[in-house]
Design a protein around this ligand. Structure first.
Ligand code: ATP
Ligand code: MG
Length: 140
């Protein structure tokens, strides 16, 4: 299996509740290494660009407002099979369907305010990492 990198975001509902450290512990316990990390506040425009794939969905406006509603922690996670592994650690989008022990099962508040984002494929991971980080900021 190949070593991969994936883009993770700790969302505003989680930073608001001071959960950054507990969420990072879940990544590290799963063998994912945080090779870049910064806390930023997204504008509506930046949130809209990041989630542009969902712009026709009914929840797009609400999603962008939520992502711009408070600080987020953007990070790059590295490890064997990191993209799928991170999705496993996150759990299902809807916390009511997330497996026990996953981040969303333990921390998410709703299908919208679900604490974390993770890239869903190698191509999106590359685009999403480049959206937030320069090569110099990735320290493996
Ligand atoms: P993410 O892309 O944030 O990692 P995901 O891949 O599990 O999550 P997507 O289908 O890509 O889920 O949806 C992106 C985000 O949009 C979700 O994480 C959630 O915050 C929001 N979202 C998805 N479905 C709904 C919905 N039905 N109502 C409100 N918000 C939603
Ligand atoms: Mg997604």
């Amino acid at each position: 299996m190949a070593v991969e990198r994936t883009l993770s975001i700790i969302k505003p509902d989680a930073t608001r509740r001071n959960l950054t450290g507990r969420i990072n512990a879940k990544f590290e316990e799963a063998g994912l290494r945080i090779v870049a990390q910064k806390r930023i506040r997204l504008t509506m425009e930046q949130a809209g660009t990041f989630y542009a794939v969902h712009k026709e969905r009914p929840f797009y406006g609400e999603l962008c407002e939520f992502m711009a509603s408070g600080p987020v922690v953007v990070q790059v996670l590295e490890g064997e099979n990191a993209i799928a592994k991170n999705r496993d650690v996150m759990g299902a989008t809807n916390p009511a369907e997330a497996a026990p022990g996953t981040i969303r099962a333990e921390f998410a508040q709703s299908v919208g305010e679900n604490s974390v984002h993770g890239s869903d494929a190698a191509e999106t991971a590359a685009v999403e990492i480049a959206y937030f980080f320069s090569g110099l900021e990735l320290v493996g």
